[in-house]
Design a protein around this ligand. Structure first.
Ligand SMILES: NC(=O)c1ccc[n+]([C@@H]2O[C@H](COP(=O)([O-])OP(=O)(O)OC[C@H]3O[C@@H](n4cnc5c(N)ncnc54)[C@H](OP(=O)(O)O)[C@@H]3O)[C@@H](O)[C@H]2O)c1
Length: 278
């Protein structure tokens, strides 16, 4: 494999749908990779015409994409991974390729079985904010520690789209739910805030802008201070004030409970997404 920082290092995204294209866009946006270094495949590549015009190597030939790449990102739905890996398996070169699967619910053991067990494989769980360099990507290698050049390639690729956190594979479902599904949970919370904002006096565009920027402020405060959310909340809640009365009402209606129960439901669903013999 060429060093991950060189122009001859090539990436294939097999299954360039929502997350695959978010990753591709983020990789280029980071300035570390050029569109021409990234191959994107779909069975029907027409929706990728725009990306082709931007210089990405777009097509439907997975075997060719693998043959021309060093780092392979598999981003199909769980039910599609088995046939995809069976298709590309003969072209995998263990000394050259690293294969990262972002597919939810498909374990490393199954991926190794489907790829022949020799090519270095890992699981990665980014989210669609990868497109703007604001993902957090959890990566798991399982029992096999990666070789230094594999770890360097993995870091270089995924750190281009946000921070990377190495986790145990058994935490991958939790990472999926909090990190990948979590984007949707927080977006829904922002939508709810903006709907409330309309009711108390703003047109929808302004309400949404205020709600989204306020959510960004809350997240940035936490990330920069590394405080617990309640410490920041204490600084907003004046005694007998309007914040605490609103917050308590939300809790009476089950705000935290709804989020936690939603996360548990997603966790239960995530563990049923794939069966190798299914
Ligand atoms: N969306 C997220 O935010 C997110 C975040 C983290 C992880 N994930 C995981 O990533 C995976 C993809 O999710 P997604 O939301 O991006 O789904 P998606 O939009 O449906 O993307 C899957 C893509 O794979 C393509 N595909 C299917 N079979 C293929 C094959 N044999 N060869 C090449 N391309 C093929 C599909 O296009 P064609 O039908 O044209 O082939 C489609 O564009 C899932 O396993 C999901 O759990 C998603």
């Amino acid at each position: 494999m060429p060093a991950s920082g060189t122009k001859s290092f090539r990436i294939a995204v097999l299954g360039a749908g929502n997350i695959g294209t978010a990753l591709a866009r983020g990789l280029v946006r980071s300035g570390r990779f050029l569109p021409g270094q990234i191959a994107l495949t779909r069975r029907n590549p027409r929706p990728l015409d725009g990306l082709r015009k931007e210089g990405f190597d777009v097509g439907s030939d997975n075997v060719r994409a693998v043959a021309n790449s060093d780092f392979i990102i598999v981003a199909v739905e769980p039910r599609q991974i088995k046939s995809l890996l069976q298709e590309v398996r003969p072209g995998l070169k263990p000394a050259r390729h690293v294969l990262a699967s972002v597919v939810s619910g498909v374990g490393l053991q199954d991926i190794a079985k489907l790829t022949g067990g020799k090519t270095p494989v890992l699981r990665a769980m980014p989210n669609i904010a990868a497109a703007i360099g604001e993902s957090i990507t959890c990566v798991a290698y399982g029992k096999n520690r990666p070789r230094p050049e594999t770890a360097a390639a993995v870091s270089r690729v995924f750190e281009a789209v946000g921070p990377v956190l190495e986790i145990d594979e058994e935490q991958m479902i939790a990472a999926t739910v909090i990190g990948a599904c979590g984007i949707a949970f927080f977006l829904r919370a922002i939508r709810a805030a903006s709907q409330g904002g309309i009711e108390v006096g703003f047109h929808s565009q302004d309400a949404l802008r205020i709600a989204a920027q306020t959510a960004r402020g809350a997240a940035t405060l936490l990330l920069q201070s590394q405080d617990h959310p309640e410490s920041e909340i204490d600084r907003v809640t004046t005694p007998r004030g309007c914040t605490i009365s609103g917050l308590n009402q939300m809790e009476h209606e089950g705000f935290s409970s709804a989020m936690i129960k939603g996360i548990l439901t997603s966790r239960d669903k995530a563990s049923t997404l794939f069966k190798i013999d299914g």
